[in-house]
Design a protein. Structure first.
Length: 120
């Protein structure tokens, strides 16, 4: 099943993992929406610089450090995703607690690994 995914913290820099994951998601046929600090496109996906009220988001994959995430807590919860993936370097026990309180599943994992091993 293909999962609509929000990549939160995507970079235009081609050597960043957030950029890699957008390419991998698109190549595997997932619907991708993206939020980042700079306008642009990655793999044909427009990067929004405003927090959009996306609908039917299954997965939010985080590429923002824990300090930066504080500004996104309410936003991510409002999307009501089925899960949030905390990629390496984004681990955040404070956010885990908030997600758990809202019955949103989270996992500490690498989206690229999950995609590469058909566990996404």
């Amino acid at each position: 099943m293909k999962k609509k995914t929000l990549v939160l913290g995507v970079s235009l820099k081609p050597d960043r993992y957030s950029n890699f994951v957008v390419h991998k998601l698109v190549n595997q046929g997932h619907e991708v929406v993206a939020y980042g600090l700079k306008n642009g496109q990655v793999a044909g996906v427009t990067i929004d610089t405003e927090l959009m009220p996306y609908e039917n988001v299954h997965t939010v994959t985080l590429y923002a450090n824990p300090k930066s995430q504080k500004g996104y807590y309410d936003y991510v919860v409002s999307l009501k995703p089925k899960r949030v993936i905390f990629n390496p370097g984004t681990e955040n026990p404070e956010f885990y607690k908030i997600l758990k309180e809202h019955h949103i599943f989270y996992e500490v994992a690498c989206s690229l690994v999950l995609l590469s091993t058909n566990q996404y």
